[in-house]
Design a protein around this ligand. Structure first.
Ligand code: KIV
Length: 261
């Protein structure tokens, strides 16, 4: 059984594997792969619900998907994302919403942001809920950041990322996701904190990696530079559905094997 202590102990010894899952079948596949962490990411907004950002994702959406993932992966270490506006309004609301994600089946929660969320993180941790931080490109702030921009390119951005990473560690985070961060800065952050960094588009020197399930299996329409497709499931599924249609039209399906007598 994976615990936050085991995840922290893996830093510098063994790469940590995290992958997203959103429902029963993807959770089952992710769990059977042996990945240490399953993230029910608010990327479900783009990947599953067809929105163009994560901003419309609600707590209700997250609770439904965390419950489905828990059913598909009964013994996995599951991190549930805190969606936009579930933790920004007040510390009390943040603790309450983090608790709801745990009640739905998550082992920990993830929230986006740096030093400005130190007190929120402290109070969630005080309530007994492990918190994973998320720095670099933070998708819920896409409007403020002006698009999917790689972070850490300027001295100011580098210093802010380092300061934020230290603040998250001090506030009690057990790990930090670094998204779209230049490799040298991701390495510097990884070397300067005692908790693991888990990168996505943050290069080779993080303590672990995270990818979106649909990018790994080739089910998403986009082919991202920082991700890797290990299969073309879109093509496999599309061919299967076309074949089914053709067989119904040509009366090849159902045949004698599919009937009840
Ligand atoms: O929502 C998500 O899937 C994430 C990962 C990209 C880290 O936050």
């Amino acid at each position: 059984m994976i615990t936050t202590k085991k995840i922290i102990d893996m830093k510098g010894k063994e790469p940590i594997v995290m992958i997203t899952a959103y429902d029963y079948p993807t959770a089952k596949i992710a769990n059977e792969s042996g990945a240490e962490i399953i993230l029910v990411g608010d990327s479900l907004g783009n990947v599953i619900l067809g929105y163009d950002s994560t901003i419309p994702v609600t707590m209700e959406d997250m609770l439904i998907h965390v419950k489905a993932v828990r059913r598909g992966a009964p013994d996995a270490f599951i991190v549930g994302d805190m969606p936009f506006l579930s933790y920004e309004v007040s510390v009390e609301k943040a603790v309450e919403n983090a608790g709801l994600l745990l009640k739905a089946g998550a082992n920990a929660v993830k929230l986006e942001g740096g030093e400005e969320y130190s007190e929120t993180i402290r109070q969630i941790v005080r309530a007994g809920i492990p918190v994973m931080g998320h720095l670099g490109f933070t998708p819920q702030s896409v409007n403020l950041l002006g698009g999917h921009r790689v972070q850490g390119k300027t001295q100011e951005s580098r210093e802010k990322l380092l300061k934020d990473a230290k603040a998250l560690e001090e506030a009690g985070c057990f790990a930090i996701v670094l998204e779209l961060v230049i490799e040298s800065v991701a390495k510097e952050i990884t070397d300067s904190v005692n908790i693991p960094t888990i990168g996505i588009g943050a290069g080779r020197y993080c303590d672990g990696q995270v990818l979106v399930f649909h990018d790994v299996v080739g089910l998403s329409e986009v082919n991202l530079k920082f991700a890797k497709r290990y299969a073309n499931t879109y093509e496999v599924m599309s061919d299967a559905v076309k074949k089914y249609r053709e067989e119904v039209k040509s009366k090849l399906f159902p045949d004698e094997k599919n009937i009840f007598e």
